[in-house]
Write a protein that binds this ligand. Structure first.
Ligand code: SF4
Length: 687
């Protein structure tokens, strides 16, 4: 049965086989992976049979202990409590927290459930923590955001690819086959697996990526690499952006970032003189309190060189989560309605309201970004209940210590998931759900390609699809059951109608087409004639999505932030991913082969830093920030900067990287600062 890997946004194609109740996968020739899979993909079926799989609902009893329950009791308890809270405090007393791994159908129905059945504005999702900055910057520049506005396979023709804060060699290894012919310019403070393959590696001081982007634009302009014909024909705003970048001479950039002026010039020369060139950003550039501006800085560079919307060239964001793209299009984002339309847009409200059979004024307004949604549990007028679907904010949200405090104030925490995540372990009610090979659904990968996931196994125990859970809860909140279908193709058809006319228009897609054509890129509007719309693999070739068809330079500038100033803090922690694990590790930490390879958290640091701290290889260390502390094993690494330590994000307990991070978020996108956190390090005292 053709299907797709359950993990990252590449959504590698697989052939899924069931034999005697056990599933196995092998790679398919799907374009993004062309017969390859990473270790996570190969081992994914193990999750289906995990012995800790949630099989029945759990409810916390009067003594504070989670005990097994049955569906009716668990759902009744949730329904009763939600009705009580809404009646007493209003609908915004209930928050909904979604996930970038949910199928399009689940993300859509979750948004509808929040706004229609609960009437709350307070819904957001964990994608806020990863690609929100790129989404904001992409929309500002191009008029809409699609991670890659071209197929991954186009990268195979590239001469040079500049990767800003992206490490696909570890996070999505099959992508590297498309980069095999390109010279890579990698911007990363760390000697990552991708940087190790680079023709040129620029290692800026953490938190200064934007200054580097401004410097690269400066070089492009002053050394004559700009495509001024393209700038004049296809963009607006160059002069304002240049007015900010004008002061960023390479030598000044070198003082702030530590990247040699000669390397800045070489990076621009390589990219501008390549026959085909791309700029790609990842979490390293995005997860900053100036994340949107940082991405805009790299988009400005790409525009100045005439790359976006030019055949064989472009700018894109390497979205991370499995349905990170689709997850942000269908209404589980605080400011979005289905079709990737703003909830404040009167036309979008009217069209979605019509599909939902309500008046536009019944739709709530914009809610709170994910960090503030969690924080609002401590507010007088904040949330008193939180429903979490397919997410683990206890580990993934910044400033874990504060998140724990806020969650403990809730009257009700409900978690729907298929494994007992750290968030589920804190819940009052845990609802067991199906996972990838046990359900029908669609995902949208990082290229905006909508694809089918297929069911080959029955769910274990009494686990149910999230669609059924939402249906049952909606009924308990007095909704017409027909408004919350549980049949995935039916939900998809409604989603497609609700998206019609929006940037992410799915109205020409249905399950029959996906089955026949394998996958389709949005926008794919419903055709008017005989032939259906073919989908849009490449965007912006004729015009960008702004009303005048032109892309926008965004005027941005670098200034010191909370974590990094003009003067160097002695040591900063930066967080990220490793090859063997995925997100907060709830899934991959349970896979034997992966957990043997990467069983525990660690802190990677330079031997000189270790020597100063009295720490040796494999010794337990304490890393402290003003927000908390982590205890982890030391891994000494000659290649890491002497002002930087690295911690993976995949582990819990005392190894949770977000015990160190603080509450700072980007004002434009709400993405937290995960990459720069001043810390100190000492050896752990042995009692
Ligand atoms: Fe799965 Fe991503 Fe690995 Fe492909 S690269 S096999 S989608 S985790």
């Amino acid at each position: 049965m053709p299907s797709h890997c359950p993990y990252c946004a590449l959504q590698c194609g697989t052939v899924l086989t069931e034999r005697a109740g056990t599933a196995s996968v092998r790679p398919s020739l799907f374009p993004v992976n062309q017969g390859g899979l990473c270790r996570k993909g190969w081992t994914a079926p193990e999750l289906l049979h995990d012995r800790e799989r949630l099989r029945e609902p759990w409810v916390r009893n009067a003594r504070g202990v989670l005990v097994r329950s049955d569906w009716d009791s668990a759902l009744d308890r949730v329904g009763d409590e939600l009705r009580r809270l809404v009646a007493a405090h209003g609908p915004d007393a209930v928050g909904v927290f979604g996930g970038g791994g949910l199928t399009n159908e689940k993300a859509y129905l979750l948004g509808k459930f929040a706004r229609l059945a609960l009437g709350t504005s307070r819904i957001d999702y964990n994608g806020r923590f990863c690609m929100a900055a790129a989404a904001t910057a992409g929309k500002a520049a191009f008029g809409l955001d699609r991670g890659l506005p071209f197929p991954v396979t186009d990268l195979a023709e590239a001469g040079v690819v500049l990767l800003a804060g992206a490490n696909p060699a570890e996070t999505m290894p099959p992508l590297m086959r498309h980069l095999a012919n390109a010279d890579l310019v990698v911007i990363d403070p760390r000697e990552s697996a991708t940087a190790a393959r680079a023709a040129l590696h620029l290692r800026p001081r953490p938190g200064t990526d934007l200054a580097l982007a401004l410097g690269l634009l400066h070089v492009a302009v002053t050394e004559g690499w700009c495509d001024m014909d393209y700038v004049a024909r296809r963009t607006v705003g160059f002069e304002r952006a240049w007015a900010r970048a004008r002061a960023w001479w390479p030598e000044q950039v070198e003082r702030v970032t530590g990247v040699a002026a000669a390397d800045q010039r070489e990076a621009v020369r390589m990219l501008a003189s390549a026959r085909r060139g791309y700029v790609l950003t990842g979490r390293g550039a995005e997860q900053h309190e100036n994340g949107s501006d940082t991405v805009s800085g790299f988009v400005n560079l790409a525009l100045a060189l005439g790359l976006p919307g030019t055949p064989g060239n472009g700018y894109g964001c390497l979205t991370g989560q499995g349905n990170g793209q689709g997850g942000r299009e269908h209404g589980q984002k605080a400011d979005q309605l289905p079709g990737y339309r703003l909830i404040t847009d009167p036309r979008a409200r009217a069209e979605v309201a019509e599909v939902w059979g309500i008046a536009p004024e019944e739709l709530p307004g914009p809610g709170l970004d994910a960090t503030r949604l969690l924080e609002s549990a401590a507010w007088e007028d904040g949330i008193r209940a939180l429903l979490v679907f397919g997410s683990n904010p206890v580990l993934s949200a910044p400033h874990s210590v504060r998140v724990h405090e806020c969650l403990s104030r809730l009257d009700l925490l409900v978690v729907a998931d298929f494994l007992p995540s750290e968030t589920a372990q804190r819940a009052d009610v845990v609802l067991p759900t199906t996972q990838w090979a046990e359900e029908e659904g669609t995902m949208t990968n990082l290229e905006g390609r909508v694809l089918r996931r297929r069911e080959v196994l029955p769910p274990p125990g009494s686990a149910r699809s999230d669609l059924e859970v939402l249906h049952e809860l909606a009924v308990r909140l007095g909704q017409d059951p027909a408004r919350f279908p549980t049949h995935a193709p039916t939900v998809f058809d409604e989603l497609a109608r609700a998206s019609a006319g929006g940037p992410a228009d799915y109205s020409g897609i249905d399950y029959q087409r996906l089955d026949a054509e394998e996958a389709l890129h949005w926008p794919c509007p419903r055709g008017t004639g005989e032939s259906p719309h073919p989908g849009t693999p490449r965007m912006f070739l004729d015009s960008f999505a702004h009303p005048d068809g032109r892309a926008r330079f965004v005027a941005v500038d670098w200034s010191p932030t909370a974590g990094v100033g003009e003067r160097q803090p002695p040591l900063v922690a930066t967080t990220g991913r490793i090859m063997e694990q995925y997100q907060t590790g709830v899934q991959t930490r349970r896979v034997h082969e992966l957990s043997v390879s990467a069983p525990e958290g660690f802190v990677r640091l330079h031997p000189d830093v270790a020597a100063r701290a009295g720490v040796s290889q494999d010794q337990r260390t304490v890393i402290r920030s003003e927000h908390g502390e982590v205890r982890a094993r030391a891994e000494l690494d000659e290649s890491i900067r002497r002002d930087t330590v690295f911690l993976p994000i995949h582990y819990g307990g005392g190894e949770g990287a977000n015990l160190l991070t603080g509450p700072e978020t980007d004002p434009s996108s709400g993405i937290p600062e995960f990459k720069v956190c001043p810390v100190s390090i000492t050896a752990e005292e042995v009692p």
